[in-house]
Design a protein around this ligand. Structure first.
Ligand SMILES: Nc1ncnc2c1ncn2[C@@H]1O[C@H](COP(=O)(O)OP(=O)(O)OP(=O)(O)O)[C@@H](O)[C@H]1O
Length: 290
């Protein structure tokens, strides 16, 4: 039998993963894995527990994008390069959704048992890594600001409600975006740099592939409310990339400066301060895929 170290965040999503633990162990055990479950007590604990994964063949993470982010960061810090299985149990589960891993735990376990592995890029932002998205500005820190109980009960709807609550605070931020080819100075409402294709449930980069060696920057320029509304409708249809109020760049490296003290967000967790040096990392991750 092979050995799997299963890290689960009991507070991800609607907090029901613990009720499915027996089913998960049963399924994985029948598929040839001895499972060591580890219940994280806090974010710090994710970094502490990773040492127990050394003598395992694979690491499985159950949580949302934030938990996946911390598990990957902790593995890289520990020099651990083992295949990662994902059992989505978060609220948005953007990266799992991008991979085509659904919320049904038996299906997620089946994907691990089948053993199909794919290598993926990682984004690096200053000294941290992200698997799905780095962002700043309007709406991008919704998942950090939201009350965990509201998120647990309302799921993704809570993100949208919190987003609507932020609308009166709409204000542009002056940024300088530097790539190898150009420098753009612009007042923007938000930017997202995606490795995967969606953030907060929105398919912002419909054509993104997370193993092409590139990151996709999508920024919304300052515009009037009518233009913003039209843009929102286009975003829902995935037709926004050519809009005149969108900056869309596909690059290996970005430097982003902002004189204002704006919070950044990586995979739904608090990110580093400006200036930001963002690039496709040389480090890759190997993930079980459908
Ligand atoms: N015991 C714990 N272990 C790890 N993280 C915890 C714990 N309790 C609360 N958290 C919080 O859970 C957050 C991570 O949640 P995660 O991203 O996995 O789920 P989610 O936010 O519901 O899903 P998504 O990011 O996909 O919308 C972290 O920001 C962390 O602060």
């Amino acid at each position: 039998m092979k050995k799997a170290f299963l890290i689960y965040n009991p507070y991800s999503g609607n907090r029901t993963f613990r009720l499915k633990l027996d089913q998960v162990i049963n399924k994985l055990q029948s598929g040839g894995y001895v499972v060591t479950p580890y219940r994280t007590m806090s974010v710090d604990d994710i970094y502490k527990c990773i040492k127990y994964a050394y003598d395992h063949d694979i690491v499985i993470v159950s949580g949302g994008d934030g938990t996946i982010n911390h598990v990957i960061n902790s593995m890289l810090k520990a020099g651990l390069n083992k295949p990662i299985g994902i059992i989505p149990s978060g609220t948005a589960n953007d990266f799992a959704g991008y991979l085509g891993i659904g919320k049904k735990v038996s299906d997620a376990c089946e994907i691990i048992i089948r053993g199909n592995l794919t290598k993926f890029d990682l984004g690096k932002i200053n000294d941290r890594y992200f698997i799905n998205v780095a962002a700043a500005g309007l709406l991008t820190d919704v998942s950090q600001k939201i009350d965990i109980n509201l998120k647990n009960t309302l799921g993704k709807v809570a993100y949208y409600l919190k987003g609507i609550e932020q609308i009166p605070n709409f204000r542009p931020i002056p940024v300088r975006i530097i790539t190898e080819k150009k420098v753009i100075e612009e007042n923007i409402y938000l930017f997202t740099i995606l490795n995967g294709s969606s953030a907060g449930g929105f398919r912002l980069a419909p054509d993104a592939t997370a193993n092409d060696g590139y990151l996709n920057l999508i920024a919304v320029k300052q515009c009037n409310i009518v233009e913003l509304f039209n843009l929102f409708i286009k975003m829902l249809k995935g037709e926004h990339l050519n809009d005149e109020n969108i900056i869309y760049l596909k690059e290996k490296r970005f430097q982003i400066e902002c004189l204002e003290n704006i919070e950044t967000d990586i995979d739904g967790e608090k990110g580093p301060d400006f200036p930001l040096n963002i690039c496709v990392s040389d480090q890759k991750v190997i993930i079980f895929t459908p």
